[in-house]
Design a binder for this molecule. Sequence first.
Ligand SMILES: Cc1ncc(COP(=O)(O)O)c(C=O)c1O
Length: 366
Amino acid sequence: MDKELLLMIPGPIQPEQEVMAAMGAPVRAHYGPEWTELYNQTTAILKRLFNTQGDVFLMVGSGSCALDGCLGSAFSAGEKVLIGYNGFFGERLKAIAEGYGLNPILVDAEWGKPLNPTDFEAALQKHSDAKGICVVHLETSTTIINPIEEIGKIARNYGVCFMVDAVSSLGGLPMSMDDWNIDLCASASQKCLGAPPGLAPVAIGKHGWEWIDRNPSKGHGWYTNLRTWRKYADEWADWHPFPITMATNNVLALKASLDNLLREGVEYRMERYRSLALRLRDGLRKIGMPPFTPDQMMSPVLTAAFGPEGVPTSEIVTYLAEKHHIKIAGGLGALKNKIIRIGHMAPTVSKEDIDRVLDALSQFKP
Ligand SMILES: Cc1ncc(COP(=O)(O)O)c(C=O)c1O
C-alpha cells in the first residue's frame, strides 16, 4: 500500500492505528459470554450516538444492507412510501423500495438544496394512504444536510413510519433518534464511525417495532429481515445475540474507534470537524474553487467545491491522485464532473491534511 496516500473521500476513511490493530487481532469465536459482552458494549455506545432507548443491531454488510433491512422489514409490496429525493442516495432509497415492490412517491428538491418539510406535508395530504417517509440525513452526493427533525414532526403528526439514512452522518453530525421521531435508522462503519467497511449498524426506535410488527407481509427474506435479528437478540441473548457469524474483527475495530470517540468527546470531535471544514472552505475560496454550498448549509464532515470554469472535475481528482497521492472524490449523478468532494469525516484527518489538499489543489493547472 502507498504509505503516503492521503484518503480524503467521503468514506471509506483511514481509520486510526489502534482500529487497524484490532482488525488484525487473532480471530476469535463469535459467541460465548465474553464475546457477547463485547458486542453489547459496542451496541450500547451506538445507542448513545443514535440517541435511542430502542434496539441496535450490527448487520454484517455495508450501509445499503441496513437500509434494505429497514425498508423490507417495515413495509410490504404495494405500500406507498414518500422518499426524499435531492441526490444520489435518495435515488438509492427509491431503488431499494422498488426492489421490495413498494410504491415510492418522490418528494424532491434540487440537488444542492435541502428537502422542504412542507413538501412532505403536502404529499401526505395528497397520498393519505402513504405508510412512511424515508429520508437521507447527510446526502453524501451533494453534502446537503436534510431537516430531519422537522420532517420527523410531520411524520409523527400524520402517523407514518419515519426512516432515516444516517450512513454518512452518524458519529459526525448530531443525531437524536427518539426526540426526532425516527422509527428506523441505518448507518455504516466506514464513515464518521471511523472503522473499516463491513458493518451496518441499524437502530429501531421507540415505535419502530410497531411498524415492523404491523407489516402484513412479515418482512421479506431472512438475512435482512429485522425480525430475524430480534429473534436471536431475544432468544440467544446470553451467548449469541445475532443470527449469523458475526464479523468479529470488524466489531473489535468499530469498538476501538468508538472508544476513541468517547475518549475525545462526541461534541469535541464534532467541533473539531467543523473547524476543519471552515479551514478548508476558507482555503478553497482563496484558490478560486468556491464551496458548493453556503456556509450556513455547511456539512462539517464533507465539503464539495466547484472547479475552475469549464474544467471537468474528474481532471482535478486524477491530478491529485497521480501527482500528490491524495484521493478525493468527484461528483455523482447530476453533479458528475461539476464538483469535487473532499471527505474529512475521519478522526485521523488533521489541519495539516487539509492544508496538503489545498496546496495540491492550488497547483492544479487546467
Ligand atoms: C448517504 C448514503 N447512503 C447510502 C450509502 C450506501 O452505503 P454503502 O456503500 O455502505 O452500502 C452511502 C454511501 O456512500 C451514503 O453516503
